[in-house]
Ligand binder design. Structure first.
Ligand code: ZN
Length: 216
């Protein structure tokens, strides 16, 4: 009987856990996991990452924050969102460098912004951190401007315990947007830019724009 009720309690705990956006960090059990926050440009994914970072800071958890050195749009070291709130981060040149900076014994949370810019090794790095009992939170673009999955994002989403997809608002029709439509002529996958070079669009409006582009 006692065995049965503890099983029910376990299921209940898991259900309660799944009701929330974030899980409670529990280092005493030495259990880590991966959270992915993804979406198009202007979808608020960095804001969501910063929100989770701040809450971990309020809980006095030891946290390390990284971003790829390629992303220098706003500041060399800060993770900055569009509403200009920021926290300090360490810029790294590749995924392996992250492991050099993280003390596996003391760090409780590792956050990575713009994770789509990292090499494929980022998946193994995130798994290694989570397997060591660290809560790993990554944020990034799920698709490039052509609507193709970006970098290692599909793999990261597959190995993560939690995936949150944030949406922007379509500037054409006001629906939820998932595409980052490029408004300037440039066919490089990585083109750092903001409102001057990208527009959030829904599936329908994105297709319309593509048709327009093909006929001109
Ligand atoms: Zn639309």
């Amino acid at each position: 009987m006692a065995k049965k009720s503890s099983k029910i309690q376990k299921i209940l705990n898991a259900t309660i856990k799944s009701m929330f956006l974030e899980s409670k960090a529990n280092r005493s059990k030495n259990k880590g996991w991966i959270e992915v926050v993804c979406g198009s440009m202007f979808s608020g994914k960095t804001e969501e990452l910063l929100r989770r970072i701040r809450r971990a800071q309020f809980a006095n958890q030891k946290i390390e924050i990284f971003k790829p050195a390629v992303d220098t749009r706003y500041d060399e070291e800060a993770v900055v969102s569009h509403d200009e709130t920021s926290v300090m981060s360490t810029p790294v040149n590749n995924s392996a460098e992250i492991l050099l900076y993280v003390n596996m014994e003391s760090v409780e949370v590792v956050a990575i912004d713009e994770v789509q810019f990292f090499d494929e090794g980022i998946v193994a790095v995130c798994n290694k951190l989570a397997n060591s009992g660290i809560r790993v939170i990554v944020a990034g673009l799920d698709m490039d401007y052509l609507g193709n999955p970006f970098g290692a994002m599909p793999q990261l989403m597959a190995v993560a315990e939690y995936v949150t997809k944030t949406h922007a608002i379509c500037v054409q029709c006001g629906d939820l947007a998932q595409y980052s439509y490029r408004t300037v002529l440039n066919d490089k996958q990585v083109l750092l830019g903001e409102k001057e070079s990208y527009q959030p669009l829904c599936r329908h409006c994105y297709l319309e724009k593509q048709k327009e582009q093909q006929t001109t």
